[in-house]
Design a protein around this ligand. Structure first.
Ligand code: PLP
Length: 373
């Protein structure tokens, strides 16, 4: 049975070049980058070349890239240290953030008694910028944390605009860019943002590695303590093969960006046309959404809804309902809950997300699968 993988917002297939790079490093370059002998120096050089390469693609300096174990860790670190060390007394965020931000902000509210304010979300999934500006009029040391591309609906935040607004209000700005890094150009010289985070497995790199961009002289302090790795900002022996795999994946993502983006956008158009034709009562969630993702409400009855993902899975088709972290859960998605009416929330929403590995045939198989349910 052909496997149809349409869950790329959840994770992506490794690029063959990434596997080759990682295998070579695992086999030959096993030194510890903190060792002074030649194997160690070799590992250190791989580490620093990876950092330079990642920084170059984002127009940052190498010193501003700190490697972490994943996007979740990077988000936790930035929010927590902002409160603990930078004395942020208030976090402005939204209820459609990934739980790595949302749950961290709430935990910090509990632990430190900081104020957490939520910017309104419009029914089309966009952040209400007028409300953000209103919230920023309060005098309190504040961190704004708003994601770039939403992992469930693909709605996009205007990073340039929001970073300018934050700068004008003398406010720190963090963006969870896990869904956008490697998929859209981000210029950190032109965008006055303080912190962003990324995760390699979202752009065809390995799981278990990510990075934080922390603007120079931010004052952020480490979450845990140990060696001098990452200039003491993130101790622990660096996973060189993961880091080099991530750098390779990012390099390939950006060198093929235009071609891949055009190709994936065409797949998305094809899917939306087919949905209109085969399910005229379906409804896309969100407006002006990212090119790799469609979140759609399907006009299915309750009896069909409960078994939807299971039935597609039996046909070899992998898609997601809400966010991947919640698949299998019967709770409605916390993101859709902010956008949809109660009636629409009861209907099944599917998240279909593409990569350049997908074809129109995958979409045809998905549509056949949905029609046969
Ligand atoms: N932030 C967003 C927007 C995500 O989509 C994800 C992954 O689903 C994460 C954070 C967490 O990243 P990681 O899987 O690297 O911990």
């Amino acid at each position: 049975m052909k496997k149809v993988y349409l869950d790329n917002a959840s994770t992506t297939q490794l690029l063959p070049e990434v596997i080759l790079e990682m295998t070579k490093i695992l086999t030959e370059d096993y030194g510890n980058p903190s060792s002074t002998h030649s194997l160690g120096r070799n590992a250190k050089s791989i580490l620093e070349l990876s950092r330079k390469s990642i920084a170059k693609h984002l127009n940052a300096t190498a010193a501003e890239i700190i490697f972490t174990s994943c996007g979740t860790e990077a988000n936790n670190w930035i929010l927590r240290s902002a409160v603990k060390d930078l004395k942020v007394a208030r976090i402005i965020t939204s209820k459609i953030e990934h739980h790595a931000v949302l749950h961290t902000a709430l935990a910090l509210q509990n632990e430190y008694g900081i104020q957490v304010d939520f910017v309104k979300v419009k029914s089309n999934g966009a952040i209400d910028i007028t409300h953000l500006v209103e919230l920023l009029s309060q005098e309190k040391k504040t961190l704004v944390s708003l994601m770039h591309v939403n992992n469930e609906t693909g709605t996009i935040l205007d990073l340039s605009k929001v970073s300018q607004i934050c700068k004008e209000h003398n406010t720190l700005f963090h963006s969870d860019t896990v869904q956008s890094i490697g998929k859209i150009e981000v210029d950190l010289q032109k965008t006055p943002i303080d912190f962003i985070v990324a995760s390699a497995h979202k752009f065809h790199g390995p799981k278990g590695v990510g990075f934080a961009f922390v603007r120079k002289n931010s004052g952020l302090q480490p979450l845990f303590f140990g060696g001098e790795q990452e200039k003491g900002q993130r101790p622990g022996t660096e996973a060189i093969h993961q880091i080099a795999g991530m750098a390779k994946a990012l390099e390939l993502s950006y060198s093929n960006l235009n071609e891949d983006r055009n190709y994936i956008s065409e797949l998305k158009n094809y899917l939306t046309e087919r949905l209109k034709g085969d399910f005229p009562d379906s409804k896309i969630n969100g407006e002006n959404t990212f090119y790799n993702l469609v979140n759609v409400i399907l006009p299915f009855t309750a009896d069909k809804t409960s078994m939807l993902l299971f039935n597609l899975d039996m046909k070899g088709i992998a898609v997601s309902r809400g966010s991947a972290c919640q698949s299998g859960s019967i709770r409605p998605s916390h993101v859709l809950a902010e956008m949809l009416t109660d009636e629409d929330l009861k209907k099944p929403s599917l998240r279909i997300s593409f990569s350049h590995f997908n074809t129109k045939e995958d979409i045809d198989l998905l549509m056949e699968g949905l029609k046969s349910i």
